[in-house]
Write a protein that binds this ligand. Structure first.
Ligand code: ATP
Ligand code: MG
Length: 426
């Protein structure tokens, strides 16, 4: 029924010929049922890891997680993860089973899985095995727990966020009983490690259905990002709305999610710095990688800046301060912010679009926006008789501003003359 990569077919067939059951399971089956290309193929089998190793004698076998029953077999250059059917013991830490037991029954293995859409198995010999109605749920675009949701969520608290993530990414609605249980158990998500939470959250916010999930499950989201609890209902709805109007790039989505995390204290002009600090706290707590965190915070820091497209020089000065990529992202965020707001203010989009186009032109023209882009460097300035020290940098910045404001061309001779004039005038 499904066309499988040759290597996967070979793995399933070899296990079958040796007398074991073997199926594809999880994401690959879900994707194939949705007519989407599968990205990773997980094989589950009745063979124990030792038996699997014997079946694949002569192949390179990596004991990926032998205690949990997983070995990776290299078929050609293609790594295939093969996991023995498992049952799980009780859960006491809210994340991992205390013990796992190998089983010879496929249904045991499917019953420990989180969602029905992830609990369908497929074998070229036996076709689909679907004891929990996952095929119908995929067809009807529904996210539903396997078994009793309260039990499943209290066993492994990460499943709360996985359910939301799959719903947001696949655009599936969450079944009523599962939804009620998520609300009831929302607080449990606090016990899960920040790394796991962050990785699910990243996928969730980039999903096409992120808006609805963030709106409906604010309880789970604020348990994960407490900074968002300071927003009133309207501000939260606006935040989520603006997120939905950004392209699904992680840094933009996170910037949108966190750009309003602190309500503006009246009469302060450093609101953006305060917001940037709140966003940084949130991201650091989530163990967000530093480069991503810096990127997001910079976008937030400058999202209060005026971008007036009629004043190209000021725009270029701002780009020189923020970096052009950041400023383009700032404009994208400002655009999303307008789109999520009062339609009477949509006229603001025109200016933002013009400013964006100007920045694209500036980028294409290779206009100097950083002292490193200048046709002169520190040695050239010292060659004019300036002693090493802060004055060199100041003069380079002066030269850069001359270029940005079209007072001098970015070529060596005119720049040196421009700087020399400044020196003699001081
Ligand atoms: P994708 O790779 O696109 O995220 P996937 O379904 O392959 O989707 P994985 O996280 O790779 O998701 O997990 C593989 C399978 O393992 C899932 O389909 C599910 O059956 C099971 N699974 C993963 N995590 C859990 C969990 N926390 N609780 C129960 N089952 C899980
Ligand atoms: Mg996967």
């Amino acid at each position: 029924m499904f066309e499988l990569p040759f290597e996967i077919d070979q793995v399933l067939e070899k296990l079958c010929h040796s007398g074991y059951e073997a199926y594809l399971v999880g994401g690959a089956v879900r994707d194939m049922l949705m007519d989407k290309p599968a990205h990773d193929y997980d094989v589950t089998t009745s063979a124990t890891p030792e038996e699997t190793e014997r079946v694949f004698e002569g192949y390179k076998v990596i004991k990926t997680g032998i205690r949990h029953g997983t070995v990776t077999v290299l078929v050609g250059n293609y790594p295939v993860e093969i996991t023995t059917f498992r049952r799980e013991g009780s859960y006491t830490d809210g994340r991992h089973p205390d013990a796992v037991f190998f089983s010879r029954r496929l249904e045991d293995d499917l019953s420990r899985r989180d969602l029905t859409v992830n609990a369908v198995a497929y074998s070229p010999v036996k076709g689909l095995s679907d004891p929990f109605g996952g095929v119908d749920d995929i067809k009807n675009r529904i996210i539903r727990c396997v078994g009793n949701p309260d039990e499943r969520f209290s066993e492994d608290h990460l499943r709360l966020l996985r359910a939301l993530r799959f719903s947001a990414v696949l655009g599936f609605a969450i079944e009523r009983g599962t939804a009620e249980s998520i609300h009831k158990n929302a607080e449990l998500i606090r016990t899960v490690s920040a790394e796991r939470v962050f990785s699910e959250l990243c996928r969730l916010v980039c999903g096409d259905g992120a808006r609805m999930i963030l709106e409906e499950y604010r309880d789970v989201i604020t348990a994960v990002i407490p900074e968002l609890s300071a927003l009133d209902g309207d501000a939260y709805a606006h935040t989520v709305g603006s997120l939905s109007y950004t392209e699904p790039f992680l840094h933009l989505r996170l910037a949108a999610l966190l750009h309003d995390t602190v309500a503006a204290p009246s009469g302060r002009d450093d609101v953006c710095v305060i917001r940037d600090t709140a966003a940084k706290n949130a991201l650091v707590c989530l163990r967000c990688p530093t480069a991503l965190c810096d990127n997001v915070c910079r976008i937030i820091r400058y999202c209060g800046s005026d971008v007036d497209p009629s004043d190209k020089i000021s725009l270029k000065r701002l780009a020189s301060k923020t970096g052009i990529k950041i400023l383009k992202d700032v404009i994208k965020l400002k655009r999303a912010d307008v789109l999520a707001g009062d339609p009477r203010l949509y006229h603001r989009l025109t200016d933002l679009n013009t400013a964006y186009d100007t920045l694209c032109e500036t980028e294409e023209n290779g206009t100097a926006l950083d002292v490193r882009d200048l046709a002169i460097n520190g040695n050239d300035v010292k060659g004019l008789g300036v002693r090493p020290g802060p004055a060199v940098g100041e003069l380079l910045r002066y030269a850069l501003d001359g270029v940005i404001s079209d007072r001098v061309e970015n070529e060596k001779a005119p720049l040196l003359a421009y700087v020399a004039e400044k020196i003699s005038g001081v």
